[in-house]
Design a protein around this ligand. Sequence first.
Ligand code: SF4
Ligand SMILES: [Zn+2]
Length: 134
Amino acid sequence: MCENSGVKTTATTTAPAAVAPETKTDAFTDPRLNREWTTLAAMIEINCRDRHGTTAAQCAECRELLDYARRRLERCRFGAEKPTCARCPVHCYQRTRREQVKAVMRYAGPRMVWQHPVMSLRHWLDGFRPTPKI
Ligand code: SF4
Ligand SMILES: [Zn+2]
């Protein structure tokens, strides 16, 4: 309590719980980038639901991965001309993040065919995009 102001205040010593930042889910205006984003988000969601037992939202670990991937996509040097990240000559992901995404794709990739067939087909077709010169 603050004795000088005459106003009762309550000091709290409890540290706030660590919460992963809210994932930005806005659509990209460019269709190519948006396709990449929705595909990645769907794969992470499948992985999280099946392997981490989540139902409504991703666990903190997967939200962090999604946030990271979102930032990479926003800053992708190839923009709308980007290849799939698997065929990228730059590979801007940190090594550990890259391993995480590869593990997600190994698990969720085959399941995407049944759960999101159109998205899956379009991602497969994106794999034939030319690799940009650097
Ligand atoms: S890995 Fe390549 S294609 Fe993927 S976001 Fe990074 S720079 Fe762009
Ligand atoms: Zn998860």
